[in-house]
Design a protein around this ligand. Structure first.
Ligand SMILES: *Cc1c(COP(=O)(O)O)cnc(C)c1O
Length: 332
């Protein structure tokens, strides 16, 4: 898999560190936990979208785009990072923010990622929950084209085969780090939403026949829906990579038990996970993704789902800027 044949810009801080979670592992008395710090990818407070955007903006530049269009929920980390790299590259950026959670908390509506979106100069268009976001982006792109512009649409979460290449790359980077320190791991655990991250990881880890299973902790969908979504994108990504048919359905595993009442809505497990990582490890998680992902990992450890002699890597996908939108969740 030679991903260097795809257009790519280089702005991520790579490789991201792989660190032991010594205090948390001791506290839980379970397997040895490690954390892959993709919260430290370096673009506008970091996060998993940076790796995807290296390939997406590479393609946009190859196509001579002058305007980037993307979408997300109000507190989208993907939007924040897309707006930031567009600013750096001198591209106009139009973003659609869907009011998906229904929260009318001023912190949710204006602080956190939204504050940063504005700082980076995004043109923000707010739309109600349930809007057909893909259709709305296409409409905007048609308008821009008509006026002589060159729009490039990035789907929600940057999750298409181009974006997923960022996580094929991450899988190869992780395997290299493990080899360098003779560390054998038994599971890779990550939050999964728009599916590009898990799909890219699965394509990369299957494509290199690493033997490392990936577990996605859902943040919005149920297990079945999420697995189908990840599998479909992993297959498309493998095809794009020139290794069609290489993804086994069994390689796609998601757990839907930690979503709680819905996307972006707090759970007790999420709050506990964020507080534990802050107090035991000095690490910031986020309320929408990595907090629920870690809540899932902690609960599965407590339930004895992993052997005590296993090594587990949690992929920290970033998102801490979102904490400032959830002030009341942590100070109530
Ligand atoms: C987008 C995001 C995810 C989920 O990644 P997907 O590729 O959309 O599945 C996880 N964590 C954070 C912080 C994110 O912003």
């Amino acid at each position: 898999m030679q991903i260097s044949r795809f257009p790519r810009l280089h702005f991520a801080h790579l490789p991201t560190p792989l660190e032991p979670l010594e205090n948390l592992s001791k506290l839980l008395g379970g397997p040895k936990l490690f954390i892959k710090r993709d919260d430290c990818t370096g673009l506008a407070t970091g996060g998993n979208k940076t790796r995807k955007l290296e390939f997406l903006l590479g393609e946009a530049q190859q196509k001579n785009a002058d305007t980037i269009i993307t979408q997300g929920a109000t507190q989208s980390n993907h939007v924040r990072q897309t707006v930031a790299i567009s600013a750096k590259l001198g591209l106009r950026c139009e973003v659609l923010l869907e009011h998906r959670t229904g929260s009318d908390d001023p912190d949710y509506l204006e602080n956190g990622n939204v504050l940063l979106d504005r700082l980076f100069g995004a043109n923000i268009h707010s739309v109600p929950a349930g809007t057909d976001m893909d259709a709305a982006m296409q409409e905007m792109a048609d308008d821009i084209s008509k006026n002589g512009g060159k729009p490039y649409i990035i789907p929600g979460g940057g999750s298409n085969p181009t974006g997923a290449l960022g996580y094929v790359n991450c899988a190869m980077e992780l395997v290299g780090q493990l080899n360098d320190r003779s560390l054998k791991i038994d599971h890779l655990v990550t939050a999964t939403g728009s599916a590009g991250t898990q799909s890219g990881l699965v394509a990369g880890l299957e494509g290199t026949r690493s033997g490392i299973p990936v577990l996605g902790i859902c943040v919005s969908a149920d297990k079945e829906t999420q697995e189908e979504k990840v599998f479909a994108l992993a297959e498309k990504t493998a095809e794009f990579l020139g290794i069609p048919g290489s993804i086994k359905r069994e390689a796609v595993v998601a757990n839907g038990d930690y979503v709680g009442p819905g996307y972006g809505l707090p759970t007790d497990g999420m709050i506990e996970a964020i507080e534990l990582l802050a107090r035991e490890e000095g690490i910031l998680l986020d309320p929408v993704y990595s907090g629920k992902g870690m809540a899932g990992l902690i609960d599965l450890v407590r339930k004895g789902e992993f052997r005590k002699d296993e090594n587990i890597v949690f992929l920290h996908t970033g998102g801490s800027a979102g904490l400032f939108a959830y002030r009341k969740t942590f100070t109530a």
